[in-house]
Write a protein that binds this ligand. Structure first.
Ligand code: SF4
Length: 219
């Protein structure tokens, strides 16, 4: 496996968009004209999350680190992990100023509810792969916390999920190098897409043409 260089690194957060829709990812990360929408989108997310920059706190047998920068040369991705909890365990890493070993457990916070696809699991697993590479430790599981239902869901980082993450990351790099934005293809997922107004997938475009013709005929 070839390590990616600094110049080739892509944003880890993009993998959730890529898993959801290649075109959505390309509109955000390849095409600059959508920047304002993206800043609005992420601005809202960040504001509502209100996470503290790189804060560490300890509660009994768990040490919690927030907004931890992460990177994987194998995936060619970098980003920020919302929360990484370190549980005292027999296996794990050492933490400066603390005795024993600590097992990392990434937690990603989402505002909404669980999705019908695996984009959140993919993002969390990519974070785990980054942490494994950075810390030299195996991480078998993490959690997704959904604000709407105020509950955590466990995520197991099994071989199938890891393979999917590596395949998606490789495809992201390929598409990014080519600078290609895939064409819009309408699917049920478009109804929940935050970029539908600027993407204009086919049925919406057809509808507006129909509406245009109907209005033209009335005149
Ligand atoms: S509207 Fe549909 S095709 Fe367009 S970016 Fe969103 S999900 Fe993808």
């Amino acid at each position: 496996m070839v390590d990616y260089s600094d110049d080739e690194l892509l944003q880890l957060s993009g993998i959730q968009h890529f898993a959801f829709c290649r075109r959505q990812w390309a509109l955000i990360y390849i095409e600059q004209q959508w920047q304002e929408n993206i800043l609005t989108y992420y601005g809202r997310e960040l504001h509502e999350r209100a996470d503290d920059p790189f804060l560490t706190e300890a509660r009994g047998t768990v040490v919690i680190t927030r907004s931890m920068p992460v990177i994987s040369r194998q995936l060619g991705l970098y980003g920020v992990a919302d929360v990484v909890e370190f549980y005292r365990d027999e296996v794990g890493i050492t933490i400066k100023g603390r005795t024993g070993f600590w097992r990392p457990h990434p937690v990603e916070y989402k505002l909404g509810q669980p999705k019908p696809d695996d984009r959140d699991q993919v993002q969390l697993c990519a974070q785990a792969i980054c942490l494994e590479e950075m810390l030299g430790v195996s991480i078998n599981a993490g959690s997704l916390f959904y604000g709407r239902i105020r509950r955590r869901q466990p995520v197991e980082f099994d071989i199938a999920l890891r393979k999917r993450v590596f395949a998606l990351a490789a495809e992201m790099h390929e598409l990014f190098q080519q600078g290609i934005t895939p064409p819009a293809e309408y699917s049920p997922a478009c109804k929940s897409c935050s970029l539908i107004e600027i993407c204009l997938p086919a049925p919406r475009a057809k509808k507006s043409i129909r509406r245009y013709l109907a209005e033209a005929l009335k005149e």
